[in-house]
Design a binder for this molecule. Structure first.
Ligand SMILES: [Zn+2]
Length: 369
């Protein structure tokens, strides 16, 4: 089972950049694209406090500067802040974080950027981190211990408390699987841009279920701009220079994100992608047997569109076979009378899905033989 989960993860971590079919976040003609900036916390919860310095104030300053820069860097973009003053949405922190996501959803946000500052007891740890939602990873870690001493109650949801069999959860998981590749690219861009200035980067992180990201419908990440518990980071992120540079890094990443979406929605890229797809697919249509062997590429907890990006060169050429267990949706390629006949295609499939293997099926179900 672990192997199958890994195959799914590998598929997610190395996405196809030009995904012509992804339409959910491409603004229809005429609609302006929307970004929501979410400075974390706000009265009555200041976030991390170091002496007189409050996380809520630093991140509000940075968010306002991002908005100011976007007004000139991308004038067509609609930019919203979840808060403009030192005031949270709701007294309860889970509600507060959820309402920030719902605000973004109500604005039709293509992208939401949560902005926080980090804290940890080891004062040597420094650098920015950018978090993406990865429920699958959280599920895998379900039984391992979680340690984040400084996370306020409500910033994170505990995967153990979520009903992972509910439709609500499955919807969020499906949405996350769709959005994760581009979220990761954006997160990496933020890290790379921030690193150009006065702060190190600890890279893109995932595995925690941030409340705000969980309830988002569009793309989104959570940027931890640096460690308030590290003296050097603190001096930098509280300085005007530091705040401006971090804002520049984030604003530039946002511009790249939307330019990427524009490229994907242009006809040229669609044609090119279709052409390369056809080129990659010289194999003639095979007759599908009622019983035989197939190559399992990935398995999933929920049904996936066979044209989904994660099938890469196999998009549209996979079929669903049912297995058992949590990951019962098995996406397979080919139909072979013998195991031997499947072997040469297996070698090819492994180049893209390294944990692919041969399964036996009968009448649409995985069976053993
Ligand atoms: Zn925070």
């Amino acid at each position: 089972m672990r192997k199958l989960i890994m195959a799914l993860l590998v598929a997610l971590l190395f996405p196809v950049v030009a995904n012509a079919r992804e339409g959910a976040n491409v603004a229809p003609e005429g609609r302006k694209r929307v970004v929501v900036l979410d400075p974390g916390h706000g009265n009555p919860r200041p976030g991390k406090v170091m002496g007189k310095v409050r996380e809520a104030d630093i991140v509000l300053d940075v968010s306002k500067e991002v908005r100011r820069q976007l007004a000139t860097k991308m004038p067509d973009l609609e930019v919203y802040l979840t808060r403009h003053s030192d005031s949270a949405y709701h007294a309860n922190q889970i509600n507060d974080n959820r309402m920030r996501a719902e605000f973004a959803n109500s604005k039709g946000a293509d992208l939401t950027v949560g902005i926080h500052a980090n804290a940890i007891d080891n004062t040597n740890i420094s650098g920015c981190e950018v978090w993406v939602l990865s429920l699958n990873e959280a599920l895998m870690k379900q039984n391992s211990s979680r340690a984040n001493l400084f996370a306020d109650d409500g910033d994170e949801l505990d995967i153990n408390n979520l009903d992972t069999k509910s439709m609500g959860f499955i919807k969020v998981l499906t949405r996350q699987l769709d959005n994760e590749p581009r979220n990761r690219m954006f997160a990496q861009q933020c890290c790379d841009n921030i690193k150009k200035y006065g702060l190190g980067s600890l890279g893109v992180k995932s595995g925690k279920v941030w409340t705000m990201l969980y309830y988002l419908e569009g793309h989104g990440v959570l940027v931890e701009i640096g460690y308030m518990t590290n003296p050097k980071d603190l001096a930098y992120i509280t300085s005007t220079k530091g705040k401006t540079e971090i804002a520049t890094a984030i604003a530039d990443a946002i511009v790249s994100f939307f330019k990427g979406l524009d490229a994907i929605s242009s006809d040229d890229v669609v044609v090119e992608t279709v052409a390369s797809f056809v080129e990659q697919s010289p194999v003639a249509e095979q007759e599908t047997l009622n019983e035989g062997f197939a190559i399992q590429l990935i398995s999933s907890t929920c049904e996936v569109d066979i044209y989904d990006y994660q099938f890469k060169g196999y998009k549209g050429r996979v079929r669903l076979l049912m297995g058992t267990g949590t990951y019962k949706y098995k996406y397979c390629y080919g139909s072979y009378a013998t195991r031997e006949a499947a072997k040469s295609d297996l070698a090819e499939a492994k180049k893209t899905f390294k944990d692919a293997y041969i399964v036996h099926f009968k009448d649409g179900n995985i069976t053993t033989k």
